[in-house]
Design a protein around this ligand. Sequence first.
Ligand SMILES: [Zn+2]
Length: 273
Amino acid sequence: MEVFINPTVACGDCYACKELQCENVCEKIGFLGIHAHTGAFAELMNFEARRGIHLPADLPLDVGAVLEPVMVAKHAAMRSGVKPSHSVLIVGCGPVGLGLLLVCKQMGVKKIVVSEISQRRLALAREFGAHVVCNPKEDDVVAVTKKETDGLGADFAFDISGTAASLETAVRSIRIQGTVSVVALFEGAIQFKPNDLLLMEKSIRWMFAYSEEDIKDVIRDFGANKEWREKIQSMITLRLGLTDAVEKGFHGIIDRKEEHVKILITSNRGIME
Ligand SMILES: [Zn+2]
């Protein structure tokens, strides 16, 4: 039996865990492989049985291994309240941004504008069905978004990059009373202009990780259909065994971001090709 392991580590005892039933905002939130229980880059590992969620028998394991960013995206889309009739700007198109694009496409969102610097990621965004793609190095993202939304600005913008520039772009690109959803970790404090929000009653909301329900929804929605599965598979730009994990894997994604979207590291030879 093959499972997706929900990497959430939560206390089960705080207000978020007990009253809200929202483990993703647990006071002591952690993730397998980052904060607790060592990692998963091994042939064998221990995890809590309740964290194993069955994968359908026909779901390729490599797809299962890279569904996690799509779950972050699903949570963000659901929590933000995006509907098919809305227009959306996605700022930053790594695995979560591309995942969000797929989630929005699956929902039938009428207008999706994507902003990204990497040509490889922009090409994937085009393949995934973004209506308009732009590169902030060459294009005025705010102007493009307004042009695509009858001059109003997008109903929603998602900041997936987590920089002062990406947040400012997102805020300036939304319409009056529009919403920016932040789905990114910031490296530190940033300069920010609250009046850009105040004067048009714009909002910022924050979306973090996912719930077990988001995980199950993504496995169901994206696992059952060959076309969606192949799109998710195409995010894997390199496959490596454990011995190459540090040099080619971690350094590869840090040093050659332009080339890669998602690097799959595995001890399972069956999904190396
Ligand atoms: Zn808790």
